[in-house]
Design a protein around this ligand. Structure first.
Ligand SMILES: C[S@@+](CC[C@H](N)C(=O)[O-])C[C@H]1O[C@@H](n2cnc3c(N)ncnc32)[C@H](O)[C@@H]1O
Length: 484
């Protein structure tokens, strides 16, 4: 760390040497530690904007020509990846050479796993979201043609060293696990509470400065993000590497420091009092293990209220088409109704959380798919999706949906729990196993709950046919659905 810290301070960065140290943690790699008790609201370090590495600060876009750059490199991360490759190729003459030398070159993210290891993630949402083919297409169709067309900027002898597919993945992985999105355009998009917009997937969140001594400058509002290049449009130039800020690790529910922005600098500020010896934790958004693994290459394992260990933020995604399959809905009906469902703002992916509540959207969707032609016409005329009422018949369908979703994993929860005891298991396989177990516990728990409800409904129906069957606490469950 000494080289990069020396570079950081000589470049105008400042940090509180008496409060913050950097060290190696056994489970998380490098990170920051409190050297003494730190009060809430303390500025731990400050990064001048000139030290940020982005397509705005690198000299490469100017060299290529801004018109050509905008036309060819402004969508997604390919521009920043090329800037990072080129800055690396400049060696010590790059302003960021010490910073780039300090960054990791190997990663545990599934993007770089073998097919065999990826097979361990079957059933989880990780594989579909990897985007490896898209990334490699960007390399072949955007980056390489530009690089090959400008030998004046990218000499041929540097090609096999700095502009390879392997380097492309290294830079992409650095961005995925460490970048921030520094938006410059619309100060009106700041949230009502004054914090800048943030989104999941960023290495860390950046908020508007909340320190009274240094008030937020909304004229210069910045936001964070990003984990997904495909979500970026031509404003992707906002994706930035922020030295030192990207040195903090994160753990579910542990945030005690956060990056705030000011006009000319970004400041890492304690958000709680921190005891000497404690790690400084930023937040990656308290993501489920599937997302932590996909973006950062690690998983969170914490004690859960029921005595298990896992990630309290875990979720399971259920595609709407599983409900269609389970109900054997005819293709024409499916198309018509699903299109309408989406037009109405419905979700194509339903999310189950650790509280095991059945998403109301799933219940509405199942009811919609089961409507008779007359009822369907009425729903369209009224412009209203069916109410999410869970009766015995719908419960049975929901149980079948959960069972079908569980069958997408090649192994059962019981098998996975046995495998978990194998201490010799290699890291990737272990991580995949932990993701699977977290998801299956939710699915199995929700399935058991639905079955118990079905039994209760059946008993009630037998006991008193006239008695109205109460549904779950729908108001509570309505807060548990999500849009993708
Ligand atoms: C923003 S960097 C943090 C600095 C990093 N530890 C380093 O050595 O450079 C994010 C990376 O740190 C690691 N990391 C962060 N939080 C972690 C945690 N709770 N457990 C394990 N690894 C973690 C992951 O490898 C992740 O991709």
């Amino acid at each position: 760390m000494d080289d990069v810290l020396g570079w950081f301070t000589s470049g105008g960065g400042s940090f509180d040497h008496s409060s913050v140290g950097f060290t190696e943690f056994p489970d998380c790699g490098r990170g920051a530690v409190a050297l003494q008790d730190i009060p809430e609201g303390h500025v731990l370090f400050k990064i001048p904007r000139e030290l940020l590495l982005s397509t705005d600060t690198s000299g490469l876009p100017q060299l290529i020509g801004l018109t050509c750059w905008k036309e060819k490199m402004s969508v997604g991360w390919v521009g920043l990846i090329l800037c990072m490759m080129w800055e690396t190729a400049q060696g010590s003459s790059s302003k960021w050479s010490k910073y780039l030398e300090s960054l990791p070159t190997t990663f545990d993210t599934p993007m770089l796993w073998s097919d065999e290891d990826l097979g361990e993630l079957k059933g989880t949402s990780v594989v579909d979201k990897l985007g490896k083919a898209d990334a490699e297409r960007d390399f072949k169709e955007k980056l390489l043609p530009l690089v090959e067309s400008r030998p004046d900027i990218f000499p041929s002898e540097t090609m096999p060293i700095y502009y390879t597919l392997e380097m492309f993945h290294v830079m992409g992985s650095r961005i995925l696990s460490r970048s921030f999105d520094v938006e410059k355009d619309d100060p009106e998009e700041t949230r009502e509470d004054g914090a800048a917009d943030t989104s999941l997937g960023s290495a860390m969140d950046v908020d508007a400065q909340q320190n009274e001594a240094e008030p937020a400058d909304n004229e210069e509002s910045e936001t964070v993000p990003d984990g997904d290049p495909e979500e970026d449009d031509d404003e992707a130039s906002g994706v930035s590497m922020i030295p030192l800020a990207d040195m903090l690790n994160a753990r579910y529910g542990s945030e005690n420091a956060k990056l705030f922005y000011e006009k000319d600098a970004l400041g890492m500020v304690s958000t709680k009092s921190i005891k000497a010896g404690e790690q400084l934790w930023n937040t990656y958004g308290d993501l489920p293990n599937a997302e932590l693994l996909r973006r950062y290459g690690h998983v969170d394992m914490l004690p859960l209220p029921n005595g298990d260990v896992g990630n309290p933020g875990d979720i399971v995604e259920i595609r709407a088409d599983i409900a269609v399959d389970v109900l054997h809905t005819a293709a024409k009906v499916t198309k018509e109704r699903i299109d309408w469902w989406l037009e109405q703002g419905g979700d194509d992916v339903l999310v189950l959380e650790t509280d095991l509540e059945i998403p109301l959207a799933l219940v509405s969707l199942v009811r919609l798919l089961r409507l008779s032609p007359d009822e369907w016409e009425q729903a369209v005329a009224k412009d209203r999706v069916p109410k999410p009422k869970l009766d015995g018949e719908i419960l049975a369908v929901v149980a079948a949906v959960l069972e079908r979703r569980l069958s997408e994993y090649p192994t059962t929860l019981a098998t996975d729990l046995e495998l978990f005891c194998d201490e010799t298991m290699p890291r990737n396989k272990k991580h995949a196993l932990i993701v699977r177990i977290g998801e299956k516990r939710i699915l199995q728990g929700a399935f058991n709950k639905v079955r118990a409800q079905m039994e209760l409904e059946a008993q009630k129906a037998n006991g008193s046919k006239k008695r109205k069957v109460p549904s779950d606490d729908e108001a509570d469950r309505s807060s548990k659905t999500r849009r993708r």
